[in-house]
Write a protein that binds this ligand. Sequence first.
Ligand SMILES: Cc1cc2nc3c(=O)[nH]c(=O)nc-3n(C[C@H](O)[C@H](O)[C@H](O)COP(=O)(O)OP(=O)(O)OC[C@H]3O[C@@H](n4cnc5c(N)ncnc54)[C@H](O)[C@@H]3O)c2cc1C
Length: 515
Amino acid sequence: MVAAGVAPAGRTAGVQLMDNRQPSRRMALKQLVSLGALGALGQLRAPDLLAANPAAPPAGPIPGVGGRIVRRQDASYEAFRQSLVWHRSKPTRYPDLIVQARSEDEAASVIRYAGQNRLKIAVRSGGHNPTGASLRDGGICLDLSGLTGIEVDRERQIASVQTGARAVQLVARLAEHDLTFPTAHCATVGMGGFLLGGGIGWNHGYRGGMATLNIAAADLVLASGERVKATPEQNADLLWAVRGGGPGLFAAVTRFHLQAYPLPKAIRVSSYILPLEKLETMTSTLDRLARTADPKLEILALLMHNPEAPPDAPPEQSKICFLTAFAFGYSAEESRAMLAPLAQSPIAREALVREEEQPFTLMELFPKFFSTSTPGGYMGRYAAESAITDEPGRILHALADHFRTARSPVCHVIASYGLNLRAREDACYSSIARHYVGCFAIWDDEKEDETYYRWLEKATTFMDPWAKGHYVNEVEGQRHPERIRLCYSEASWNRLGELRRRYDPQGVFHSYLGT
Ligand SMILES: Cc1cc2nc3c(=O)[nH]c(=O)nc-3n(C[C@H](O)[C@H](O)[C@H](O)COP(=O)(O)OP(=O)(O)OC[C@H]3O[C@@H](n4cnc5c(N)ncnc54)[C@H](O)[C@@H]3O)c2cc1C
């Protein structure tokens, strides 16, 4: 999960200002709280027979494929390749072919063709992976972003969603049926990568913790090109792998069948801004409240840049804590009751700025979380690290001094309280704890890549001592492929390796970066 962007102007109603500073400077925090800070800113080594004997793709069409095919020698190749990764850290990895499938049948044709021609495949859905994992050297990048179909079975509360659908598309479609799903907080994140890696979605704590645990069934294409369905009764081992297999699965998922939930109709949101010096107030209160909070209350706590800070202020004097609590109630009373403990807490008493019980629909939360001026958030250079933890407060304290040194105003740390994960035998997802903390390095200048990658690396030394696991969608797997392994239990990792050898013996699908 990431929050980034620049807060635009907009709603200001219901804000209580708790300080007496200059109105113009006060305005920045007021706008921030109004709009959302969140908007401001070797087991798995593929058998690899193909890599040992890489083949050049034959010229000519791919049988059964009418979608766009871009080859490395084409004039449009580089612009197209770069467009496949959402942020501005474009990997220096170059597939021979980029193929856009127009249907699930076409996806199967591409994979069959790859196997027959000894080409490796990397799959892309929404292109939001921080490491740009769908761009690999050689072979085919199979772009499934055009597969965006969504069908809803209202009675069974099941949404059948093609892998290229975006978070906002699913939320909008389900709302027509009074249903919802814990999609990513950012409107444009693709369902494919989000679900396969885990997925910390809206009101996750009430909906299984990780969205992937809500995959009731999946349609896949295997390395052979065969299309199969994975359900608890049929190909249950594939369903197990789909639930958390992440950016290195040994198959392509074309469609997910997702357990949906009744739409909460009375969402209320309270936000508080505190100086970073009050971090202890925030963490001690949240540690206490999180133990008894209703799982329908989602709490996000950020360390972020203070937009009120003068431009020449040193980075260590320009950081704040920003807390947002989203009550996903089914009645206004229920939501109010969820938010009341926060309103009566030291956080509210010591806040510089607060805004309480603001009504939102789920669709309105997307721009609350991310900037409306930059759809999908701030598009900088980008790298992420994460911890799945029972001790978010300890991580925030351990990180605070290091965070103060971040010069880029869009770097941030985000703690999400209340994942409440439990180990499940029917899912390979296996980083189990109650909460999550993510650290995001976001910057503009390519010349500063090394500085920010090192800054993030150092952040992990403060996070890891309190981590019970990591989130595979948010670890820096390009420079540190060993961190991908840390996202899985030993048993899950070993079984993923066994399944890869069984279902993809030739290594048609790229495994995880660096493996
Ligand atoms: C702005 C932003 C906001 C985010 N917000 C959140 C959030 O709120 N919660 C959260 O949990 N995460 C969040 N993320 C992280 C996000 O979950 C991951 O980046 C995820 O990988 C994105 O999925 P995608 O389909 O867009 O990415 P892609 O880059 O297209 O896919 C990532 C990888 O997944 C695999 N893959 C994708 N589709 C398939 C498929 N159909 N079959 C087989 N393998 C496939 C491939 O290995 C691919 O390289 C956010 C990321 C960004 C950049």
